[in-house]
Ligand binder design. Structure first.
Ligand code: ZN
Length: 189
């Protein structure tokens, strides 16, 4: 027999019951039903995941809405002697069980990456940077206080609500009588 040649005889599938050719319809139905079954399983799974997701969302929403209340309750609880001892025990357990160590390790690994981001976000909330509209000089200052241009002296940043409400005591007279308060555009980084 030459290499590479092989004869394959086609064997018709016979039904063991009546000796006839096995009906692929039976197979098909079985396949279909198993597919349908798995699809139903999958659908149920998705449904469950969706349900869990929905519950989790509403739970976290609830939690964030009630967070101040929880925090108050927690601090109230921690003020009681029982709460203080519970907190102490918890901290001792935390320290002794190695979780403190784990968190510390985690922090040393994550902080070098997270810190610049965090600092950037914080800085963005506290620092304002822009260009003086009068003389085009760049300025940097704290958001919570008025910023003056260093070269022309114009006020280039005024904190919100500071104009009339916060500056009411003494400062108001000086700020409202400032003739050089101007509207400026600033850059949000
Ligand atoms: Zn200027």
């Amino acid at each position: 027999m030459a290499q590479g040649q092989r004869r394959v005889r086609a064997v018709p599938l016979r039904c063991p019951k009546d000796g006839g050719v096995a009906r692929p319809a039976v197979l098909g139905v079985a396949g279909l039903s198993s597919i349908a079954q798995s699809a139903a399983d999958r659908a149920r799974e998705i449904d469950r995941e969706f349900e869990i997701g929905r519950r989790w969302r509403s739970l976290s929403l609830d939690f964030s809405r009630n967070a101040p209340r929880y925090r108050k309750q927690l601090s109230d609880f921690l003020d009681t002697p029982l709460g203080r001892s519970v907190a102490t025990i918890f901290f001792l357990w935390f320290a002794l069980s190695g979780w403190l160590f784990r968190v510390f390790i985690f922090a040393t690994w994550v902080l070098p990456f997270a810190a610049p981001l965090l600092i950037g976000t914080i800085a963005n909330n506290f620092v304002i940077e822009g260009e003086c509209p009068a003389c085009r000089k760049r300025f940097v200052g704290y958001r919570n206080q008025a910023v003056r241009c260093s070269s022309c002296g114009n006020i280039v940043w005024q904190p919100k609500g500071d104009f009339f409400s916060k500056g009411g005591k003494g400062r108001n007279s000086s700020t409202s009588s400032q003739p050089d308060v101007i509207d400026v555009e600033f850059e949000e980084k």
